[in-house]
Design a protein around this ligand. Structure first.
Ligand code: AHR
Length: 489
């Protein structure tokens, strides 16, 4: 198969907001306890943070990490995770039906994010709680005033405010599974009033309102419109969430799910712009795709996990090459839409539907990189700068639900004197020779592929990982591969 990719630097999509490479840590399963934090592990520091896990997080250069949920946040009392650790309560955690020990809370998590070179995207509880607790939390985190919650932070040992700039107004409040879910109108009013008081406390913060929990929610569209009409002037972003899966084993269709993500983004942007026009507003509300990933492998295993355990192994999807290619296509799609998507969070970061997996110290204590780690790392590393649309010509294949799907998915990023082109070859059996039409010469070609789309990584063997391809006369994209092609101008 042959394809052509023409890159004209006039076709700039956007100056990429690096927060598009964000991720997510929820108090869920072994993400926190047994993931980033395990005081009894031999590689943990004096604060209990696993240094082996922190190193892998740092390699990903994650600019922002959403915290503490997720569904968890809708039943969470943030004060439980502050102050002397020995006085913190064990609580029933209703979203995942576990026990939350509160050993880690905002006091600790903000220190960990600094350690890994990241920042926090903080969610407030709009399930069991509301505006009052949200404004108190903003004061606790961000203010230097001689007032109750800022004093409380100082008493807990933090004289300087944490300075958290990005905040989510609840999580998936349309989902029937959500603790204290809301109708569109109920949420819109609550989000509006909460946003107002949070910004009265700290006008410098940015706010993300909940969009639909996923594209197929029955109220999708109506929800966004209702929320945007009520909150347009108070918020900065509307959220999108979507997970993708291949429960029927149809790889060709699964590899095409990025076309669904593309359509979803464009629909939400269109709704936001319609509300903008109705209001005659000068302001553009952008998009925060703050939960995206592949999630389906662990569904059956999770049904077997007994309730009311501390940090049980929930949502521990083991990813294969196929999933890595999908994650590559989804990252390319986010970049292709980076004029509107300013924040995106790969959900999640450690153990829970995650690129990084750990064993607890009692089980061997190793850490390892899943297949999806690599496309995420490579795009985060080489995808900083200006996104450039490529002019692509290639063959297509047919998928019942989607129509024609191009075999090649691609976008370029101009980064200083380099053009870094990200390309996925969706063909399962044919290599593709690419004719590049671009000023400059190819200096590096990195490929992620393997023998079978079912190949996985484990703590013992890293089967799926990036390999540098020798540069020859032609650029050949292996069947079922994710590629970074670096051109020096
Ligand atoms: O990321 C796992 C869960 O998926 C989150 O808690 C929730 O927001 C979503 O439904």
């Amino acid at each position: 198969m042959r394809a052509s990719i023409k890159i004209d630097l006039k076709n700039i999509i956007s100056n990429i907001d690096n927060r598009i490479y964000g991720s997510f840590i929820e108090h869920l399963g072994r993400a926190v306890y047994g993931g980033i934090y395990e005081p009894d592990h031999p590689l943990s520091d004096e604060s209990g943070w696993r240094s082996d896990v922190a190193s892998l997080v740092k390699e990903l250069s994650v600019p922002v990490i959403r915290y503490p949920g997720g569904n968890f946040v809708s039943g969470y009392n943030w004060e439980d995770g502050t102050g002397p650790v020995e006085q913190r309560p064990n609580k029933l955690e209703l979203a995942w039906r576990t026990i939350e020990t509160n050993e880690v809370g905002i006091d600790e998590f903000q220190e960990w994010t600094k350690k890994v070179g990241s920042s926090i995207m903080m969610a407030v509880n709009l399930g069991t709680r509301g505006a009052d607790d949200a404004r108190n939390l903003v004061e606790y985190c961000n203010l230097d005033t001689p007032t109750y919650y800022a004093d409380m932070r100082r008493r807990n040992g933090f004289s300087d405010p944490f300075g958290i700039k990005l905040w989510c107004l609840g999580n998936e409040m349309d989902g029937p599974w959500q603790i204290c879910a809301k109708t569109p109108t109920e949420y819109a009013r609550l989000a509006h009033e909460t946003a107002k008081v949070m910004k009265l406390v700290d006008p410098s913060i940015e706010l993300v309102a909940c969009g639909s929990a996923h594209k197929n929610m029955p109220t999708f569209g109506v929800w966004e419109e209702t929320v945007l009409r009520e909150c347009y002037d108070d918020i900065d972003y509307i959220s999108l969430h979507n997970y993708y899966g291949n429960p029927t084993g149809d790889t060709r269709a699964f590899l095409a799910c990025s076309l669904e993500m593309d359509a979803f983004i464009k629909e939400v942007a269109a709704i936001a712009d319609r509300v903008k026009a109705e209001k005659g507003s000068d302001k553009t509300v952008n998009l925060s795709f703050d939960e995206w990933n592949v999630w389906f492998h662990s569904n059956d295993a999770d049904k077997e996990i007994a309730p009311w355990q501390v940090a049980p192994p929930l949502l521990e999807d083991i990813y294969n090459l196929e999933d890595a290619l999908v994650v590559g296509c989804l990252l390319i799609t986010l970049l292709k839409n980076s004029d509107r998507v300013k924040i995106a969070c790969l959900a999640q970061l450690v153990n829970v539907i995650a690129p990084i997996m750990t064993e607890n110290a009692t089980d061997g204590g190793r850490v390892w990189k899943q297949t999806i780690y690599y496309p995420y790392m490579l795009v985060s590393k080489f995808g900083r700068g200006e996104a450039v649309a490529v002019d692509l010509s290639c063959d297509s294949y047919h998928v019942e639900s989607l129509g024609d799907v191009p075999y090649i998915e691609s976008v370029a990023v101009r980064s200083g004197e380099y053009i870094n082109v990200f390309v996925v070859n969706r063909s399962l059996d044919e290599d593709c020779t690419v004719d590049f039409n671009c000023t400059g010469s190819v200096i590096e070609h990195i490929v992620v592929t393997s023998e079978s789309v079912n190949d996985i990584n484990t703590a013992d063997a890293e089967t799926v990982r990036p390999v540098n391809v020798e540069i020859g006369d032609e650029i050949v994209l292996s069947a079922k591969s994710f590629n970074v092609i670096r051109i020096k101008m």
